[in-house]
Design a protein around this ligand. Structure first.
Ligand SMILES: Nc1ncnc2c1ncn2[C@@H]1O[C@H](COP(=O)(O)OP(=O)(O)OP(=O)(O)O)[C@@H](O)[C@H]1O
Length: 677
């Protein structure tokens, strides 16, 4: 028996060696081509080959992880990228995203899809260390695909960095990854159901199947920089390096977020009505004078009357252009009228009703010095002969208008009516800017930028992924939609985890205004992270049942009571005694400082540390072997959605959960096992 397995491992090792040999050959060639392109200064080729070197470099671990033996006798090896014989013939390794590889994730005994055997190949480095076969000949067994490999993956100790799940992607996840939805695909699922994993694998899939996205760009939006670092290795491991990651606060360049708003202010700033208020603030900056305004141009006094201004404002607004661009239309309109007055006045000076030359400003019938200067300023050349020029043609009038606009005095008068604006000015009209901006101000600044036309350096993307999407305010959605003109998006989140007072409780409500019916919902139902015991404890915080856990961990969550004063000391002792894997201490923001001191920890956290200290907000999307909640009542009371925050905190654990509560425990946690000191 053993020798049979060993023999099989040897056979696979030989095959896998061949694949790595091919990979090495491709890498060598890519490096040479990159160097060649650099030598000749071909920047385009440098980009292409640099990307290729990155792609080939990223797939070293687990290059080949599966084999399908099909009923027709053929065999398909599945891996992180496609590899072909040097003569370009049959594929030796099929990219997991290719249609033929799909059965690796979705074939079951009940629906074998032509597969007789599915083999999982586990490698360490380049060495094949284990094989795991499933025979799909006999109907009857349903459920999770690749049970042993999956269990090994979900119980493995965490490293502080998310791994890809390409070898154990489950059928319900695969369906979402390969969905051909072209509008907005919403993936709703409870904690640990693999939403983040699925979203990232879908990005890799879309880049493979829709190559134009490589040029149009893909943006992944996550809740924090810490989270983006946490997921940062997943796409490179799938051979994809070209994706941009950002928090919503990063989406407006040059804005430094330096303060935190109270919950009610966050809610108010996030509401869609702010868009109307910003638009009104921009409109209100335009002023129509009540009385005629006198302006001077080359010693001539001209008058700007309210009706002319009102007409120019109407005309500029009718263009639908953003404020700063419409301002130029306004200026042209006014300058046209002023130029017209000026021309009339000059011509009246030199022409009579019959069109004959009259004695004008100077005794000899010539234009006065000031007139000549006005015309010269406009670029109109008046010949210095005895015959005064009688008519100004269109070109002259245009030149006169340009000179009027360029004149500092006129410019100042026009700016007083229709001022050029910056986003900061507009937002400062509406919100109190005490010392710097808050995260909730960023979508307002972006909205203002759109209203005034300050959007030149803001990139757009062909596809946008939004993680923890339940946290986005209506204003943040408006900002994201501006980054994605095609509205091709993958939106993943859990309405039961919404902690942001401006976040959502309905996908339809936030999406419909932008895409109407062009969004569809997919759901994930199995929790791969949090063991059943912990989910049962956390479920007391919810009105609806949580997702089914894929496993029990055998460790019952516990609680310890303490006093307010002793909390940091008790938590520090527990953290010190902790030896198994990574531990997250999750506490309300008011407790972070004393806890950081007691635990000698720094903030912001480094997730690869053995112990980290986080607020529930910072813990969103992350996971740890063990979680210690310090002051659950403090979390519950901190915001109107405190019960969601506590639920998020409790569901970060892959193995162990403890709760330290000063005073009596919150009712929802009172049934937890009481642990002695
Ligand atoms: N098919 C799978 N095979 C192995 N591990 C998986 C699979 N799906 C999910 N996981 C693991 O489960 C954990 C949770 O996944 P993920 O973070 O994507 O969940 P989530 O739905 O985004 O959770 P949350 O809403 O709590 O942020 C991760 O460690 C992930 O690697």
């Amino acid at each position: 028996m053993t020798s049979g397995v060993e023999r099989e491992i040897r056979v696979e090792q030989e095959y896998v060696d061949g694949l790595y040999g091919l990979l090495d050959g491709l890498r060598k060639e890519a490096v040479q081509r990159l160097e060649g392109a650099r030598r000749v200064g071909d920047r385009e080729a440098v980009e292409v080959w640099r990307a290729e070197v990155g792609r080939l470099g990223g797939v070293e671990q687990g290059l080949c992880f599966g084999r399908l033996d099909l009923r027709d006798g053929s065999r398909v090896y599945v891996g992180r990228l496609g590899l072909f014989r040097e003569d370009g013939g049959e594929p030796l390794l099929v990219d997991w995203r290719a249609p033929v590889a799909r059965a690796f994730y979705t074939a079951t005994a009940a629906d074998p899809q032509g597969v007789a055997r599915r083999r999982r190949i586990t490698t360490r480095g380049r060495e094949v260390v284990a094989l795991d076969d499933e025979l799909l000949g006999d109907a009857g067994q349903e459920g999770l695909v690749g049970g042993a490999a999956l269990l090994a993956a979900v119980t493995a100790e965490r490293t502080g960095r998310m791994r890809d799940v390409v070898t154990t992607l489950q059928a319900e996840q695969d369906r979402i990854v390969r969905s051909d939805a072209s509008g907005v695909l919403v993936v709703q699922g409870g904690p640990g159901t693999g939403k983040t994993a699925v979203a990232l694998h879908r990005v890799a899939y879309l880049l493979y199947t829709r190559p134009h996205l490589r040029t149009r760009g893909v943006l992944v939006v996550g809740p924090s920089r810490v989270f983006l670092d946490y997921i940062g290795q997943v796409l490179p491991g799938l051979g994809e390096h070209s994706v941009v990651t950002a928090t919503t606060a990063d989406l407006v360049p040059g804005v430094e977020v330096s303060r935190i708003d109270p919950p009610e202010v966050v809610a108010a700033k996030g509401a869609a009505v702010m868009a109307d208020r910003l638009a009104a603030a921009v409109r209100d900056r335009v002023r129509i004078p009540e009385h005629p305004v006198e302006v001077e141009f080359e010693e001539q006094v001209l008058e700007l009357d309210p009706r002319t201004c009102a007409r120019a404002v109407r005309k500029a607004r009718r263009t639908g252009l953003p404020h700063n661009a419409a301002r130029l239309v306004f200026q042209r309109e006014i300058a046209d009228v002023l130029a017209h007055h000026l021309v009339e006045r000059m011509e009246a000076l030199v022409l009579g009703d019959t069109g004959e030359a009259l004695d004008g400003g100077s005794p000899d019938g010539r234009l006065s010095e000031a007139d000549l200067r006005a015309l010269a300023a406009a670029g109109v050349v008046v010949e210095d002969d005895d015959e005064p020029r009688t008519l100004l043609d269109e070109t002259d009038r245009a030149a006169l208008r340009d000179s009027l606009i360029a004149d500092p005095g006129i410019q100042a008068a026009l700016d007083a009516l229709w001022p050029p604006l910056t986003p900061d000015q507009v937002v400062s009209d509406l919100v109190e800017r005490v010392d710097g901006w808050s995260a909730a101000d960023v979508p307002l600044l972006d909205e203002a930028a759109a209203l005034i036309g300050h959007t030149a350096d803001l990139p757009t993307y062909g596809h946008v992924v939004v993680d923890e999407a339940q946290e986005l305010s209506e204003m943040a959605w408006r900002m994201l939609m501006r980054r994605c003109p095609t509205r091709s998006m993958t939106v993943v989140g859990d309405l039961a985890q919404t902690g942001n007072p401006a976040g959502t409780s309905s996908w339809d409500r936030v999406l419909r205004p932008h895409v109407r019916d062009r969004w569809e919902l997919a759901e994930l139902t199995v929790n791969y992270r949090t063991p059943a015991e912990i989910m049962t404890a956390a479920a007391t915080l919810l009105a609806t049942p949580p997702p089914r856990s894929v496993r029990e961990a055998g460790e019952t969550p516990w609680r310890i009571g303490t006093t307010r004063a002793d909390l940091p000391g008790v938590v520090a002792d527990l953290a010190e005694a902790h030896t198994e894997g990574r531990l997250a201490v999750i506490a309300p923001s008011t407790r972070i400082e004393p806890l950081a001191a007691a635990l000698s920890l720094t903030t912001p956290p480094d997730l690869t540390d053995q112990v980290v200290l986080l607020t529930p907000d910072q813990a969103k999307g992350l996971e740890f072997d063990s979680v210690l909640i310090a002051d659950p009542a403090g979390i519950l009371d901190a915001t109107p959605l405190g019960h969601h925050d506590l639920y998020v905190a409790m569901t970060r654990a892959t193995h162990r959960l403890g709760v330290v509560h000063p005073g009596p425990p919150p009712a929802a946690l009172s049934a937890l096992r009481l642990r002695s000191g």
